[in-house]
Each structure stands twice: as C-alpha cells, then as structure tokens.
Design a protein around this ligand. Structure first.
Ligand code: SF4
Length: 375
C-alpha cells in the first residue's frame, strides 16, 4: 500500500511517520486510510519497545525554531506506554495496548533535565495513560522520583495517578520530588458504579491514598473528577458521590479539594460503546465523529431521569460562577468556553456548589421515596 493523502495512525506513530516521510509502504504499520474509495487498515502486529527512546533537544530546537514559546509551559514527558486496566469507557488500552512498556528512569530524568537546563522549564506533565499502572510499575516510578530528588531538580510535576495505589513511601517521594496539583478520577462515590465500569479500584483505597498524601505534606490542589450519571448510577449513587467529596474534603481540607463534574464520553472500541450498542442507545454504523449537535449531545452520556436533577444543580451553581468569570475577563457569558468553565470550577468552586445543590435536591426526593439499590 502506498501512502495515501490522509493517513490515520492508531497509537504510536514514530515508525509510521518516518516511513511516510521516506515514501515507504505502510502495510505493516497500524494505520487507516482511504485507498481507491475503500477503507484500508495496516497491521503492525506489535508495539514499539521504549528502552532506547532518547530525546535530542538540540536537534529538536534546530527543526522547531518556535520552541521558546513553550519554555514556560508544562512540558509533556512519557515514562511508559500501555495500561492494564479495563475501565469500560477508556480507549487507552486499545490505543497503547494492555501490556505496559517502560522507559528506563534514567532516560526519563535525562530528558527532563535537558528541558530544565536548556529551557529553564520547571513544570512537567508525565503523559502516561497512568503513572502508576500497578505494583509492577513501582520500581520505575520510585527510581524516577528518587533521581529527581538526587539531582536537585526543583520542579513541579503531575500526571494521571491512581490514588488508590499510593502508599506512604510513594506519597513521601511524590511530595519531595515536586508533585503539583493532582487530578483524581474518582468517577463516582458508589462502589457499585465503579465496579460496573470495571475500574478496578476500591474507594477505601482511594481515600487511603489521599490520607497518605496529606500526611506526606501535599500542598497542591486535588481536583476530583466525577462522571455523574454513569451506567448503573441512581439517586442513592449520586448521594454517595456527594458523600465521597465530603469525605475527601475532610481528609485533605476543604480548601484543597475541587470537585469537577463531567459526563462519560462515548469512545469507539470500548466496552462502554458496546454496552450502549447492545442496549439500543447507539445504533450500528453511527458516526462517532459526527458534528451534528444532537449526535454530539448523545455522545456525552447523561440520560434521563437523573439528567434533569443534575442539570438543575449545575445551572444553579454555574450560572453565578459563569457571570463572575465573564465579568472578570470582560467577556459575555455566551463567550465562555470549556477552559473558562474549568477555571470557574477551580477558582469559584462551582463543582462543589453543584454537588451541594444536588444533595439538596436529592434529600428532598429521598425523604419521600425508598432508596434505590445502587450501593
Ligand atoms: S481510565 Fe486510566 S486506568 Fe482506566 S483504562 Fe484508561 S488509562 Fe487505564
């Protein structure tokens, strides 16, 4: 197969892109393209080993003269690829594979140190699907954090972290090596909902992880991501989510915890998508990239009957926050975009207000009705 005009690369593209530049065939790369009106897939049959990946920053600078614009930004560095978990909504295992491939800690910290010394970069984001992919990843992560400390690199770092895996040793190293603000995808305060999404962690362990971070002196923001109204959620499950926020706020201190409300997005090649196809929510052959507003809305999973309660709670909270954010930026509310909503969530605590509003709505309803069995 010759390179077509538009080629999609599934997952890692280091070798595919090089072959495209060199005009070589792509049949043995994991690509998708249109070939004489038909969709063609290439098959790679394996993932790249990462042991020998080294960044040559002087070379990168020579081919990318715009690089100074990024010196003050978060610099993304990958320490591993692959995720062994099975969260039903997530595409990472399909894209990167379930087997975790590691880069040597020394190579990662060498890369980080190049940015640190040549660009003055101080903020780093480990772009792994998960930084802690399980106990097997601990030796690499510990080595990496110890090297940051030993080389006296005064940085702030973050990434996607399974808080449920944090133990006291890891918490101490995380804080001492410069852990900044942390986003924790709790998803739901109902263990039943978490289990039904195959997320593979226990809420109690997640609370323990927060406790260890606090004891280690973590000072950053803990941004708590909820995907309310996930499959299997109920009024009691929503109440559990409110309670889980309160529990974490009690552990960390309210001023440090910022809940954010999201909805699950449907992604192709996931168990969640298959479930929605089986249930008739989606139809076979639907277009996941449709720009139709109704289709986009459907891709953000927030079905009735819980959607109206959540909407009421959010509008009451976000309306005020949106006006305050708009006034502060000299824009109209209609001009606010997702990043401003995020900003309002952190600065105005609009996520917390939405959860507390939701609690009020649920309490009114639950007083009169038997609790549905979601726990
Ligand atoms: S959500 Fe995170 S832990 Fe779960 S499968 Fe995706 S990358 Fe892995």
């Amino acid at each position: 197969m010759s390179p077509a005009t538009t080629v999609g690369v599934l997952g890692e593209g280091e070798e595919a892109v090089r072959k495209m530049v060199e005009g070589k065939p792509l049949d043995d790369e994991r690509i998708v393209c249109e070939d004489r009106g038909a969709v063609r897939h290439g098959d790679k049959g394996g993932y790249l080993p990462l042991e020998s990946f080294e960044l040559d920053l002087p070379y990168l600078e020579s081919i990318f003269p715009q690089h100074p614009a990024y010196h003050g930004e978060f610099i993304g560095i990958q320490t591993k690829r692959g995720c062994p978990y099975d969260c039903q909504f997530c595409e990472y295992p399909y894209i990167e594979g379930k087997k975790v491939r590691y880069r040597p800690a020394t190579a990662v910290v060498n890369e980080l140190e190049q940015f640190y010394r040549r660009w003055g970069a101080r903020r780093f984001w480990f772009t792994d699907a998960q930084f802690f992919t399980g106990k097997e990843s601990f030796p690499q992560c510990i080595d990496l954090m110890e090297q940051i400390i030993d080389r006296r690199l005064e940085i702030e770092w973050s990434g996607y972290i399974r808080t449920s895996l944090i133990n006291p040793q890891l918490a101490g190293l995380m804080v001492r090596s410069g852990l900044g603000d942390l986003e924790v995808s709790i998803t739901s305060g109902s263990q039943a909902v978490i289990n039904s999404l195959h997320m593979g962690f226990s809420l109690e362990k997640l609370y323990d992880g927060c406790r260890y971070l606090k004891e280690a002196g973590f000072q950053g923001k803990l941004i708590l991501n909820y995907s309310l109204n996930s499959p299997g959620d109920s009024e009691a499950g929503l109440m559990d989510s409110v309670e889980s926020y309160k529990k974490i706020a009690a552990i960390m201190g309210e001023a440090q915890v910022f809940p954010m409300l999201f909805f699950l997005g449907v992604q192709p090649h996931t168990g969640f998508e298959q479930r929605l196809l089986d249930e008739g929510y989606l139809f076979q052959g639907y277009n996941p990239l449709s720009m139709n507003p109704l289709a986009i809305r459907k891709m953000l999973y927030n079905p009735k009957p819980l959607s109206s309660m959540i909407a009421k709670a959010c509008i009451a909270a976000w309306d005020k926050a949106a006006w305050v954010a708009a006034a502060g930026r000299g824009t109209s509310v209609a001009q606010l975009y997702a990043d401003e909503s995020m900003f309002a969530g952190v600065v105005e605590q609009s996520g917390k207000a939405a959860l507390i509003n939701l609690e009020g709505i649920l309490k009114e309803r639950l007083q009169d009705e038997p609790v549905s069995p979601a726990r």
